[in-house]
Design a protein around this ligand. Sequence first.
Ligand code: G4P
Length: 526
Amino acid sequence: MKYEKEIARRRTFAIISHPDAGKTTLTEKLLLFGGAIQVAGAVKSNKIKKHATSDFMEIERQRGISVATSVMCFEYKNILINLLDTPGHKDFAEDTYRTLTAVDSVILVVDSVNGVEEQTRRLMEVCRMRDTPVIVFINKMDRDGKLPFDLLDEIEKELNIRLHPLTWPINMGKEFKGVYNLYEKSLQLFTPNQKSDEENTVQIPDINVSLLDQKVGERDAAQLREDVELLDGVYGALDKNEYLQGKVAPVFFGSAVNNFGVKELLDTFIQIAPEPLGRSTDKRFVEPDEDKFSGFIFKIHANLDPRHRDRIAFLRVCSGRFQRNTFYKHTRLEKDVRFSNPYSFMAREKEVIEDAYPGDVVGLFDTGNFKIGDTLTEGEMMQFTGIPTFSPEIFKELINKDPMKTKQLEKGISQLTDEGVAQLFTQHGGNRKIIGCVGELQFEVIQYRLLQEYGASCAFMPLNFYKACWITGDRKKLEDFVRFKQQNVMEDKDGNLVYLAQSEWFLNTERQNNPDIEFHFTSEFK
Ligand code: G4P
């Protein structure tokens, strides 16, 4: 185990939330603690503004900044933290799902006023698929939100995870007085707009001491005692293993904008969050402390300069040590590749690095060799798994508006879909192309980028499909099915057969009529 020390000091995670719950604000505060203040401004401007859903310039501007904030590294109490950014906009949910494959844990931000929202639910489903450990931060306690016990109830039921509060709020909204740390038995008093610090923390060796009444008033002190008694009875001590297995989520209450409760969150995070974990491949499980390097690409970002089509591929190091100028095996292409300018995201500026360790994310310049999910190794032929593609929600046929530019269009759409902007389905045995996306915004991005970067002009014709299902089964039965359902069967980019269903009813009928064919809802079904 050559790199034990390096592995032990790394934590790689993402913050997830429904838009507006406070992800950006919390990110900024965490960066402040890590001393990476310079980046903080950029985080804020990384957001796609609510009103700007069809503003191309906004998208472009956002793309530029989001390279810089894709991975934010900072050091806190000697721990190297890699915080991977996830786009908040729902149309980019697919991007977020993929980023979640590259982290080892997440912090989920819930708005105390709105409770569990649509995006929270979907993101948590993805975390549950991989048993990702979750810490919950209930934000905006300075506003009149739902009652804390009701919030816990709601989150447990809606997200299907057991919670374990580690702090407890004293009132909320205008009356919000602070949080009681159930773990350390200390009281942290809230003063709006002030950075929380040690002075604001009062040690309460016994919750019955009169100091508590002096600090928060008799009525709130009595309520807190009652709550704490109940909480102690129900929860007891946190079982770290249950957290690490993704079964129990510790909960913190606070107010990100007031920087309140954030330090407690971060201090606990570095204590309990998992070190870089191993990953499965199609051949075997890879442990992080193996001597040989391996890693996978989870995100690809096109460069902004349309004259240069190079892209940046984001590599998560899974095992061993990645080194600059060293040949590695690109296992899908069975080709040796090396990188002379790999960079890390440690400083304000991109910085060329000599090496990287498990948990780290490295930016690699790519001229079109990479697809999401590609694996690099020191020679072993394996492919990391667990990076599935989900069914898109909106389907449109790609129409070429300029036959003179057919080649450019084909190349453009192929590269953009490699990047994971959208999914491309090609008619089985034909040339019809269907693009599948999670949101309308992506179609606008594709149209814009095809024109700007490839000079190809296209239109989209809406199609009435509801879901894409990958189909497998007996060869003869599949052939028959494909013949009968020509209009509905396409191929994905890897040549896998995909059935596009017009509605849930059609899908269920086909499943009943074809018991020998399996219908899969994600692209990974081995
Ligand atoms: P997001 O990334 O999850 O989408 O959320 P973001 O941090 O941008 O926060 C959404 C809004 O909620 C922001 O207000 C932010 O200031 C506010 N906010 C964040 N944390 C708290 C908190 O603890 N208490 C209260 N009361 N508000 C909070 P905005 O008006 O949309 O933006 P801004 O003009 O304030 O920047």
